[in-house]
Design a protein around this ligand. Sequence first.
Ligand SMILES: [Ca+2]
Ligand SMILES: [Ca+2]
Ligand SMILES: [Ca+2]
Ligand SMILES: [Ca+2]
Length: 477
Amino acid sequence: MKQTMLFFLLLATSFGCSSDGNANPDIVEFLAELLAIDDDVVAQFDVQRDAVAAGTERNINWDGAAVTVLTLGATADFPSTLFRDGAGNRQIMVGGATGEASAVSEDSFATLPDGSPNPSAGGGFGPLTGTVNFAVLGKDNVTVSFTTIDTAEAGLVNGFGVIFSDVEAAGKSGLRFYDREGRLLRDVRAVPGASGAHQFVGAVFQNAVVATVRIDMGDNRNFGTGVENPAGGGDDFVVVDDFRFFLAQDAVAPTAFVAPIASLADDVFVRFDRRRLPLAQGRERNINWDGGAVTALTLGATTDFPPALFLNGAGLRQINIGDAGQGVVVSEDSFATLPDASANPSAGQGFGNVSPTVNFSVIGGNRVTVRFFLADQVTPALVHGFGAIFTDVELAQKSGLRFFDANDNLLLDVRAAAGASGASQFVGGVLGQAVVARVEIDFGDNGTFGTATENPGAGIDQVVVDDFRFFQSDIGQ
Ligand SMILES: [Ca+2]
Ligand SMILES: [Ca+2]
Ligand SMILES: [Ca+2]
Ligand SMILES: [Ca+2]
């Protein structure tokens, strides 16, 4: 009876108490938010789970042979794709972002993955069930995502829950649920308790709308290097045990990202990366055009851009930007000049950049083709998506990105929005699988760029772009 009352109390207060709450009310009906410190809550989660998607439940208790062959009684690095590519085909990816060190432990994190002692050993990091549990080290959170049955295609699920252990500080640990556009659906915080105490935190949604879940684990950026001291106002280290979730039935639809931006900290980049990180598995790549490989060409002015610069050098990003004769150019003077050093008749019309000091455009044509390659820099490859900052789009429909598969089928067409002269926006797309063979960037009426003055009122809109965000591919065509 106590548990029933707690459940309804929390359900009632969950609406309107969250500062960033439900950002997507049109597609989500929140069904249950369960917080408790006794075992009964897990059974309640299962009741809710069975009610919305009978027969599709999945669990990870970390104690099976696929994990213990790694831990061998101690602590070991955890490969993010273990439960996606094998181990019961649970279709879940745990982590994957660059520099994300996740670990599984069979000695309650008394040791670290390198075999050395954990300075916080004995701080209450034991599992609730079995012998093995999980944590992220060197980072405060880990992102979980889902794939459909027998594929690596990103999937949507109805919910997720996890057992937290040793949460001693308020507000730092819990689960954040995000939709396919990276928008926050729900933030459920763990409650602080005694050292070593366990609790279950989860949420179930009426529809399969959850694309990623971020598990926040206290101050784990210092786990393994510092000593836990939550009572003294210091770090609270947190580990987790059993996961309870759903098998993804629905694939994530191709997702467009379009939003005005003023800086690289803006929400649309965060949302794009929220989708990109688990799919990229550490292979997310950016081009900001400002490195020495480009500025050695621009020298403060505007110059032709060799399309293979980032293919055969400059960080080996495995991307080719532009085809022969497409007239691709880079500029360090906001296109005040042209590659031949003459003045641009459209100088001063809003062709600046968001991240200094160089940006990119095309002269004598409206379109640039971007292609992707394997690490050999020769074999054409497939990626999950792409994004770029557009600047000075003043007319609708003419500028944007078109994504094509290896058979020249159009997968996704994302148009930039018309805005003020000089305004910037991010335009991107992410697909559920690595199926994008090329991206075409449409630059308004750039067939006139460099020869005629921009005049949106007369139907002539010239456009430039800045930072690219994409995936370094390991999937050949
Ligand atoms: Ca503790
Ligand atoms: Ca703790
Ligand atoms: Ca303009
Ligand atoms: Ca323009």
